[in-house]
Design a protein around this ligand. Structure first.
Ligand code: ADP
Ligand code: MG
Length: 728
């Protein structure tokens, strides 16, 4: 019977917002549990402090004896804050964070114990890593992996545990996590962008990639979520008829935040403040029960850590407020899905945003240089960029008319398009003084005004320029930003190196002046990368056709999209920039395929179970009620009964037809699964799941959803869309 559903509804309707105390000001709370620079100055020796700072700035390794000093200071601080344990905190390739807690505690014989945390324990830890995905790396080489401290991301205390942000690598040094390649890519972009930035300002010694993510999510009451096995096990609904009212009225987006949600947000933000995550914006999103949270942007590695940490604490805090957070890209069919926009830019140690407008023509030429090189990089590597956002769950969103399509393109706005059109006309070779003046005054000189007045927005572009940063909008809401950030920074680094080589080639032996050379190279890039620029409606069918004509990729599913990861060209690219080696890339490709297979496999099983164990029995029960009714009618009306039971008989038949379809399709789906499981090769298996198993989802769902409309609401066991989405 539908008792679970109705009990859950009753529970939900009786809930009150959980009280959240907010005594201290946010500015006072900020970073309270973070081992920040000022805390370090307080708890570390001068030498130790300096070596952390140096490691931060230059990537220089920290000496082992110094590590002992640092760990002692860190331990003192942590214990003063009530911490009892420490853990290396890392991001294995599973999409969540991992930790193994050890106590600051050591026996010293004679029944005595001390609190201890040595340099060795700070620098390195060996988690029991056999359960983390490794794509064969550890099997082939070494049985163990270890975690190593990343001094560029500050340690923090969560609960009573000191968390030390770490990388996770095999004993051969191969990356087993998201962070390692990201750090390498950030190093590559630093080198490449610093070299180019020096054309414009000799004082630049370091360039950092910046990331400001925007996290979308759904909040569903935990009792309601628990009443749906599909939500519990796969994070999304595998069936459910759309409600009479969806998001058409936009009343959620413009409405006020519901009180229970607001109280959740307040506690979450408080926790974020304490942990140094600079969250700033919160609002309702388009779909009912959908929300968004965004921080102030930070250095990319730190921003990635903060996003992972946030996703983790969101789930924990949601529990206290009787919510379940759905990060899934498409938890409800027919309702807007969730993404995680990645706002990206580059910033120098002299405090300049390289994608922001400057105050002089030369500074604007700098802007144009980084702007055009980014577009060129995206143009040359669009398929690889698409691969980084591929996942079983994001497949539901990309190209579904509500999110950017599976096609990567850049939107820059009409005014910057005009600027690039003008630059395209620049003469080949040396520029005349007149031409230069003209350029500086009328083209380059106008950029600041354009950027300040950037009202041009296009929400349908997958990679849009938004005034002083690019916004990669196709990233999935469950994704770890490290992946898209690793690739984006790698391809731009590669492109900037190329650019420098070409400009230096032209200026060598004073053949050409520097700015002439820059204009010349940029002109060619503008021409070469035109195909990636699109200003129109990215959700339209015309764009799909147009993109095909332009030769842009449109990889609609994950196995197809992932192919780009392992092309020889891309392996060469990663190796050349020291971001990943062949073994690491191939392992990652394999892990992504396995993950994809697993997701579809699990969903297929859940769908089969729900349809057979919940939907069909309920349908039969209702059918029996109808049959009894018809029998009764026959008793009363005798031969005339057909006239009075016409509708009932029709529904009885309809129910049978749906049951028949559901049952036979589940049998076929299971057969398809068995066939797929026999395949050895991960790619073949993934394609088989994609093309042979997944297509059954839609049709099984169709018949189940039809039954939902036919059957008496009183006995329908699965919590309905309207209840999941509109109960507060
Ligand atoms: P919007 O109008 O799109 O909401 P904002 O300008 O407020 O735009 O920025 C949206 C996001 O972009 C924020 O999360 C912010 O942190 C981020 N952002 C702003 N500037 C940068 C930058 N230079 N680098 C990276 N992210 C940035
Ligand atoms: Mg945005």
């Amino acid at each position: 019977m539908a008792t679970l559903r109705f009990n859950a509804l009753k529970e939900t309707l009786n809930r009150k917002p959980v009280e959240v105390e907010e005594k201290e000001r946010r500015s006072e709370l900020f970073g309270k549990n973070v081992f920040t620079e000022s805390v370090m100055r307080q708890f570390l020796t001068k030498e130790a402090y300096q070596s952390v700072m140096e490691a931060n700035a230059t990537g220089k390794k920290i000496d082992r004896t110094i590590a002992d000093h640092i760990s002692t200071g860190m331990k003192e601080w942590a214990i003063s804050k009530g911490a009892t344990h420490y853990t290396h905190w890392f991001q294995p390739l599973t999409g969540t964070t991992a930790e193994k807690h050890d106590a600051f505690f050591e026996t010293i014989g004679d029944g005595l114990a001390i609190e201890k945390f040595g340099g060795g324990q700070l620098v390195q830890q060996e988690p029991d890593a056999s359960s983390f995905p490794h794509g064969g790396i550890r099997n082939t080489f070494e049985a163990r992996g270890y975690t190593a401290w990343d001094p560029t991301s500050p340690a923090f205390i969560y609960g009573t545990t000191l968390c030390i942000p770490s990388v996770f690598v095999s004993y051969t040094g191969d990356a087993l996590d998201f962070k390692t390649p990201l750090l390498r890519a950030l190093h590559a972009i630093d080198e490449a962008a610093t070299d180019v930035a020096k054309y414009f300002d000799k004082n630049v010694n370091k360039v950092q990639a910046t990331l400001g993510w925007e996290q979308e999510y759904f909040l569903i009451d935990s009792a309601l979520a628990a009443s749906r096995p599909d939500i519990q096990l796969s994070g999304r609904t595998l069936l459910g008829h759309s409600p009479a009212k969806g998001q058409q009225l936009d009343d959620h987006y413009f409405g006020s935040i519901p009180p229970r949600v607001l109280s959740f947000m307040r506690e979450l933000e408080k926790e974020c403040m304490i942990l140094g995550v600079p969250v700033k914006t919160r609002h309702n999103e388009v779909a009912p029960n959908q929300f968004e949270l965004a921080p102030i942007f930070e250095e990319a590695n730190l921003a990635v850590d903060h996003n992972s940490l946030l996703m983790d604490i969101m789930q924990r805090i949601a529990e206290r407020h009787n919510f379940m957070v759905l990060f899934h890209e498409k938890p409800f069919a027919g309702i807007n899905g969730s993404g995680k926009h990645n706002n990206w830019s580059l910033s120098t140690d002299t405090g300049v945003n390289l994608l922001g407008p400057g105050s002089t023509p030369m500074k604007n030429l700098q802007f144009l240089t980084f702007f055009i090189n980014t577009i060129k990089a995206v143009h040359d590597h669009e398929e690889l960029l698409r691969a980084t956002i591929a996942s079983a769950s994001n497949d539901h969103r990309l190209g579904a008319n509500e999110a950017p399509p599976a096609i990567i393109s850049t939107f820059i706005g009409s005014q910057l398009t005009e600027v690039l059109d003008e630059l395209e006309k620049v003469t080949d070779g040396k520029l005349s003084p007149q031409e230069k003046t003209e350029l500086k005054l009328n083209v380059v000189g106008k950029i600041p005004e354009i950027l300040l007045d950037n009202t041009d927005r296009n929400r349908t572009s997958s990679f849009a320029f938004t005034g002083n940063k690019f916004e990669f909008r196709a990233v999935g809401s469950t994704a770890n930003c490290a992946q898209p950030m690793t690739v984006l920074n790698t391809i731009v680094a590669k492109q900037l190196k190329e650019f420098k080589k070409e400009v230096d080639g032209l200026t060598k032996g004073k053949k050409m002046k520097k700015d002439d050379a820059i204009f010349n190279v940029l002109r060619e890039y503008i021409k070469d990368s035109k195909n990636i620029r699109f200003e129109g409606d990215g959700y339209s069918e015309e764009w799909e056709k147009e993109a095909e004509k332009r030769g842009l990729s449109n990889n609609r599913n994950t196995p197809e999209a992932l192919k780009a990861m392992i092309t020889e060209d891309n392996i060469k690219l990663f190796e050349e920039l020291n971001v990943m080696n062949r073994v690491e890339i191939e392992a990652r490709h394999e892990i992504e395929l396995e993950e994809y297979i697993m997701r579809i496999q699990i969903e297929s099983r859940i769908l089969g179970d729900i349809a057979r164990n919940h939907v069909i029995p309920t349908a039969i029960r209702y059918q029996n009620i109808l049959i009894k009714n018809v029998r009764g009618l026959k008793e009363i009306f005798d031969n005339d009964f057909k006239k009075h039971s016409k509708e009932q008989l029709e529904i009885i038949q309809e129910i049978s037809a749906h049951i028949e379809k559901i049952n036979s399709e589940i049998t076929e789906m299971i057969e398809a699964r068995k066939k797929a499981n026999k395949l050895e090769d991960a790619e073949e298996k993934a394609f088989s799941y994609c093309n042979k198993v997944k297509p059954y989802f839609e049709s099984i769902r169709y018949h189940c959803d039809k039954l939902e409309l036919l059957i008496d609401d009183e006995i329908w066991p699965l919590t309905k869309y309207r209840e999941l989405l509109f109960t507060r």
